[in-house]
Every structure is written in structure tokens, then in C-alpha cells.
Design a binder for this molecule. Structure first.
Ligand SMILES: [Zn+2]
Length: 297
């Protein structure tokens, strides 16, 4: 069953996750400042973002000040409608990318095309249209996405109650990817440069995670942060970052080696030299993901 899960990261930072979904639903985080609330990302579904906003406004008895976007992928911006009354801040590249998408994939015709192509793919691959998938098809034409109000080129710093917060554009997962460093709280809200529990969040993130993502992960590791709030999955600590970084690094090295030795993609994905995945469950479409890495690293 699809449900939401709330985690208190600190007294003033709260994470909301959508769990039990087959879709790549992005995390949402609320930071309570002394004069109001800041939300990080808007999730994939306005139903959950609205619930979360209301719950946080009630809990902290504060109004919402603004929203920060970690990047412009659909699973992080489709809940935007919930925040139509406050400024939405993203990287400058994020503003450009949403503007471009609104003219292409997110135009009314573009959305219809996405639905038709997905249905065709599902039919060809004999994948049934589940209730959740049908809801997604019904929702897509109606999702209200707007161009962010403010675009940040490199970084933005804000303070509350003597605490410092830093929004920084870092790239990696996508050109427009950014993180939010809650410096005094020693918390890093990472966007999709970090994902935990990959199996529950589909292989989509893994496929989009290449050498640049690995560099950003190494940066995260050195930041001396206590808690990491990923783009998908639960809060993790530095040990998880180290484990994750080491695994991706050895996986990419192994694939590069096989490629150099002239091993085909088809054989490489089954090669015994590849390290075993570091989490207990392997993501769906595993072969497809590894083949994607083989072709792109
Ligand atoms: Zn995502």
C-alpha cells in the first residue's frame, strides 16, 4: 500500500517519504526557521505535498516562506501546485530546464506523447497497467508545473536563529542538481546525488548515476556532516556514503576493465568480476542499468 512516512531528522528538520510505491517518488523535507517554513522539493504528487505542508504548518504554527528545488526532475517538482502562493527557488539551470520542458515534454501534446509511448512500451513488454500506473496516466495531463520564481547561479546563504543554511549548485546527477547544507545542524539534504534503498526507488536513479555523481558523493563524504537526507530513501550516515561511494567506484572500474578487454555489454553485465550490490535487494531492471553504465562510463 502506498503511504507516507515522517521522520524527525532534528527538532526543526522533518523528512516526508512516500513509501510502498512502484514509482520513483522523490523525498520532501521541511526546515522550520524562526520566522517560517522552508520546504525542499515538492515530491511527485500534490496530494502528498499538500498533506505534508498542512501538517508542518500546524505542527510548527508557522506559515511557509519559500521552496528550494534540488533539481528539476518530475518526481521532485510535480507537487509544485501546493506551493503556488510562495516563491520557488531553483538553480538557474533548473529554471532553464523547466522552461524548456514546459515547451516540450510538459506541453499538453508532449504529455500525451509520453503517455502513449509508455503504454506502447508496457504492451510490448507485457507489463500490466496497475491501478497506480493508471492513476499516473490520469494525473500527468493535469499536473501544474510553473517556472521557478528565482534562479541561483552558484549559492545562496540564509540564516535563522544564529544557524546557517547554504543552498549550493553542484551538478552531478543532473546539470541543475543542488544540495542544502544545514551547517549548524550538520545535516545535508542531497537531492538525487544520493539515494538510499535503491530497490524501493527503482533503478532510474542508478541509471542516472555516472562518474560525475560519484565525484559529488566523494564531496559529500568529506563534508563532516552527521546526517544525510537523500533524494529517495531514508536518512543515512557517513558510513552509508562511504559504502555507497566505494561500491560505485569498484563497479565502474570493473566495467571499464571489461570494456577495455573487449568484453561485450551482454557478457559484461553477467561477468563474475562485478562486485555484488551493496544493499540487500538489487534494483529492478538490473541488467538494463548495468548495460547503461557499460555504455556511458
Ligand atoms: Zn528522483
Amino acid at each position: 500500500m502506498v503511504d507516507t512516512e515522517i521522520t524527525d531528522v532534528t527538532d526543526d528538520i522533518v523528512l516526508m517519504r512516500v513509501v510502498g510505491s512502484k514509482f520513483n517518488q522523490g523525498n520532501m523535507t521541511c526546515i522550520a526557521l524562526e520566522n517560517g517554513l522552508v520546504f525542499v522539493d515538492t515530491g511527485q504528487n500534490a496530494k502528498y505535498s499538500e498533506q505534508f505542508r498542512k501538517a508542518m504548518e500546524k505542527r510548527f504554527n508557522q506559515k511557509t516562506l519559500f521552496v528550494l528545488l534540488t533539481h528539476s526532475h518530475w518526481d521532485h517538482i510535480f507537487g509544485m501546485e501546493t506551493f503556488h502562493d510562495v516563491p520557488i527557488i531553483s538553480s538557474e539551470k533548473g529554471v532553464d530546464s523547466i522552461r524548456e520542458e514546459l515547451a516540450k515534454e510538459l506541453s499538453p501534446e508532449g504529455r500525451q506523447k509520453v503517455i502513449e509511448q509508455s503504454k506502447k512500451w508496457l504492451e510490448e513488454n507485457k507489463v500490466e497497467i496497475t491501478k497506480e500506473r493508471q492513476e499516473w496516466f490520469d494525473m500527468l495531463p493535469k499536473v501544474k508545473v510553473s517556472i521557478p520564481t528565482i534562479g541561483i547561479r552558484e549559492e545562496m546563504i540564509f540564516h535563522s536563529d544564529g544557524k546557517e543554511f547554504l543552498y549550493r549548485v553542484v551538478g552531478g546527477h543532473s546539470e541543475c542538481s543542488s544540495y542544502i547544507h544545514c551547517v549548524s545542524d550538520e545535516v545535508l539534504i542531497t537531492g538525487d546525488n544520493l539515494v538510499a534503498k535503491h530497490a524501493a526507488n527503482s533503478g532510474c536513479m542508478l541509471a542516472g548515476f555516472g562518474s560525475q555523481g560519484l565525484e559529488v558523493l566523494s564531496q559529500f563524504e568529506k563534508m563532516g556532516v552527521d546526517k544525510y537526507v537523500p533524494g529517495h530513501g531514508p536518512v543515512v550516515n557517513t558510513d552509508y556514503i562511504v559504502k555507497s561511494r566505494k561500491w560505485f567506484s569498484s563497479m565502474f572500474d570493473a566495467l571499464r576493465g571489461l570494456k577495455r578487454d573487449g568484453v561485450s555489454a551482454e557478457d559484461a553485465i553477467k561477468d563474475s568480476s562485478l562486485p555484488e550490490f551493496f544493499e540487500s535487494e538489487t534494483p529492478r531492471s538490473w541488467d538494463m542499468i548495468v548495460e547503461h553504465w557499460y555504455n556511458t562510463i
